[in-house]
Ligand binder design. Structure first.
Ligand SMILES: C[S@@+](CC[C@H](N)C(=O)[O-])C[C@H]1O[C@@H](n2cnc3c(N)ncnc32)[C@H](O)[C@@H]1O
Length: 342
């Protein structure tokens, strides 16, 4: 069985479904749309005046949040760290039909992936694994052609790929002959992406900096709570300065409860009056829609008991089992009883 499958989402961007976890990577309403609505739009106001942004993208996958971020803040200087336990997704990221019109973003990502110990042959090999799928439909033909060209060409791929030559020559010679923009490469010379392919719990132990924005896009807490435990969130907390923003699509009570326990200001991201995710910061001014008294009371029920992983090494099923045991032995009111009395 393939470990994942592709599907077309409603905005025509390609989504992934994990056959192993039994969970979608991306919303059926649109993979790119979801990235914009849940991760990019809610942070835009707070970051629009910054010249340089440091981003930590936890669970990069095929990189929708990453691409949407670059697309939105294209003129800014960026320093980006990406983490995923599995490098397979990053290997297909530059080639997916992702709905991003600006193909230079995919070429920039291709360049950064090639600079992270992944060769063009690796990428080619990975794409061939999916030749059973409807490649034409789920992948970007132009970027696939570019890969074939690079594989055949004398282009010196052994030397570190220089962003200016790579982006500039490749983009205009092989992707677009129109809309000549002589300063294209300048947009990317001030941006770097560093990929970390390991369990985020291990990667974070070795990071010694803070970020302006942290994306948390792990699989849902009910399916895999590994990156939603209070102990992992404590690790994230250490990477936050007074103005950092943590953002996630998850609205789960144990997740929000852990953020509150860590003394972060916690709010909801709202779209059309609907609660679509969570935002947290040490800066109260960044939280436009704080959790309501209902949300805070819910946190005090059994459903607000956090997932725990004090040594940052438990498997998902043990984290779930331990929490269930703690809930069963808790004197807190159950969520059902709370909702009945409310
Ligand atoms: C919901 S998907 C992320 C989707 C992604 N942001 C995108 O735009 O495609 C979850 C990702 O988490 C990764 N993952 C799962 N467990 C992890 C862990 N312990 N550490 C780091 N990454 C993990 C998976 O490999 C998968 O790519």
């Amino acid at each position: 069985m393939e470990s994942f499958s592709f599907f077309e989402t409603e905005d025509k961007s390609t989504g992934l479904y994990s056959n192993v976890i039994g969970d979608i990577f991306h919303s059926r309403t649109g993979a790119l749309k979801e990235a914009n609505e849940k991760f990019i739009n809610p942070i835009f106001e707070n970051l629009k005046n910054k010249e340089k942004i440091k981003l930590l993208d936890i669970c990069t996958g095929v990189g929708y949040n990453l691409k949407a971020f670059i697309n939105k803040f294209i003129k800014k200087e960026m320093e980006i760290d990406c983490i995923d336990i599995n490098d397979s997704f990053v290997k297909i990221s530059p080639f997916l039909n992702d709905g991003i019109e600006d193909k230079s973003i995919k070429i920039f990502i291709l360049n950064e992936v090639l600079n992270s110990n992944i060769s063009l042959n690796d990428l080619n090999f990975k794409i061939k694994e999916y030749s059973d799928f409807d490649i034409e439909h789920f992948f970007d033909k132009d970027i696939l052609n570019l890969m074939s060209f690079l594989l055949k060409s004398p282009y010196d791929l052994n030397q570190e790929l220089k962003k200016d030559t790579f982006l500039h020559n490749i983009y205009y010679n092989y992707i677009s002959s129109s809309n000549y923009e002589p300063n294209l490469s300048k947009l990317y010379l001030n941006k770097t992406i560093k990929y970390h392919f390991n369990d985020a719990r291990i990667v974070l132990k070795n990071i010694n900096t803070t970020y302006d924005v942290i994306f948390l896009d792990a699989f849902s807490p009910q399916k895999d709570p590994t990156l939603w435990t209070i102990d992992f969130l404590k690790q994230i907390y250490k990477l936050m300065n007074d103005n950092s923003i943590l953002i996630s699509y998850s609205r789960s009570t144990p997740f929000r409860s852990a953020l509150v326990e860590l003394n972060l200001f916690v709010g909801k991201t709202i779209l059309d009056n609907v609660d679509i995710g969570t935002i947290a910061s040490k800066n109260k001014n960044y939280i436009l829609s704080p959790l309501s008294s209902f949300d805070l009371d819910l946190i005090n029920t059994r459903s607000g008991i956090t997932y725990k992983d004090s040594n940052l090494n438990l498997i998902a099923s043990d984290i779930i089992k331990n929490r269930t045991f703690e809930q069963e032995n808790s004197c807190r009111i159950s969520q059902t009883m709370f909702l009945k009395n409310y």
